[in-house]
Ligand binder design. Structure first.
Ligand code: FAD
Length: 289
């Protein structure tokens, strides 16, 4: 006989948080990572040792709204819901389109992608270049952390047992006139896990670079971003001189250390990552999107 699993599905977020404060649970949003992580032999139900806390239905975690120039995205919005929402920026929609197939996009959530903290999580490079902040909620109140502080390594996040990721905040997104891109290299255009991914963000003022940010996915334990390297480009005139591009590419060459695995080789990953960066930096002009 199959083992029984304890599961909670409260109607409200406050009830959910109260239970999480008393008991360590496996939080389940869309379950598309949780079920794979705990999968068992064929025909045998998944083995989940802790009680399950379902959160995917909680309306408090599914709002998308604007406060001044910041965009707030509920952690339990599914990818399909975000694709339908006019407030979601186009580059993020482009990234979502590359994730899995519609069935998974109907279940998988943005919050789940972040908390799963896979080096190949497709929304992560963009969230890093948007300087995303995460609102974590518990019975003790709210705290806000930068995504780069929250994600510590593969499947390692800085979340307390009694906390839920409630919202993803993209600060100042409605005032920034930036050109933002997401590129994913996989075996095919969608329904493939990334071998390498790249997000680039650039803001130009009077032909000079006013702000620039890069993040690489699937080439290290977490997203690779370097504010020190980005700073080298501030104030430079567009189109960039070849020497400036070379300096930045060389700097990233020194800090990107991919691995060989079943999806790709370290050499391929590094070559493609640097090519994507070089291509992004070589444009003659950047239109905001
Ligand atoms: C066939 C298939 C294809 C896939 N393809 C892709 C792909 O192309 N690109 C990609 O990036 N991913 C892909 N994934 C992975 C997965 O779909 C995504 O990571 C998805 O965003 C996970 O969301 P979820 O709601 O299903 O998370 P869940 O599985 O419910 O949770 C994932 C983790 O986050 C925790 N968690 C979830 N929500 C919260 C919250 N609000 N607060 C605190 N903790 C939370 C859970 O406890 C768990 O540890 C694929 C998965 C499958 C099965």
């Amino acid at each position: 006989m199959a083992e029984k699993i304890m599961a909670y599905r409260f109607n409200r977020l406050d009830q959910t948080l109260s239970q999480l404060n008393q008991e360590d649970c496996t939080i389940m949003a869309g379950g598309t990572d949780v079920m794979v992580l705990h999968k068992n032999r064929r025909g045998v139900p998944p083995k989940i040792s802790k009680p399950i806390m379902f959160i995917d239905h909680l309306s408090e975690l599914k709002q998308v709204y604007q406060i001044q120039n910041d965009l707030h995205i509920g952690a339990c919005c599914t990818y399909s819901e975000l694709l339908e929402n006019p407030l979601i920026p186009l580059p993020l929609k482009n990234a979502i389109q590359t994730i899995a197939a519609p069935a998974i996009r109907n279940r998988g959530t943005l919050g789940g992608n972040i908390c799963n903290a896979s080096p190949a999580g497709d929304t992560l490079p963009l969230l890093y270049v948007y300087n995303a902040k995460l609102l974590l909620r518990s019975v003790n109140g709210d705290r806000v952390v930068a995504i780069s502080d929250f994600i510590q390594g593969p499947r390692r996040v800085e979340r307390n047992q009694n906390e839920i990721l409630a919202e993803i905040i993209l600060p100042s997104i409605f005032e920034e006139d930036a050109h933002v891109v997401f590129e994913k290299v996989g075996n095919r255009n969608a329904d493939a896990i990334a071998k390498v991914s790249f997000a680039g963000y650039i803001r130009i003022k009077d032909t000079q670079i006013d702000d620039v940010r890069f993040a690489f996915g699937a080439v290290g334990p977490t997203m690779v971003r370097s504010v020190d390297i980005e700073k080298k480009l501030l104030g430079k005139i567009i189109p960039l001189a070849k020497a400036d591009i070379a300096q930045v590419v060389t700097a990233f060459d020194q800090i990107i250390h991919p691995i060989d695995d079943q999806r790709s080789t370290a050499t391929y990953r590094k070559t493609v990552a640097l090519n994507l960066l070089r291509y992004f930096l070589s444009k003659n002009q950047y239109q905001s999107n």
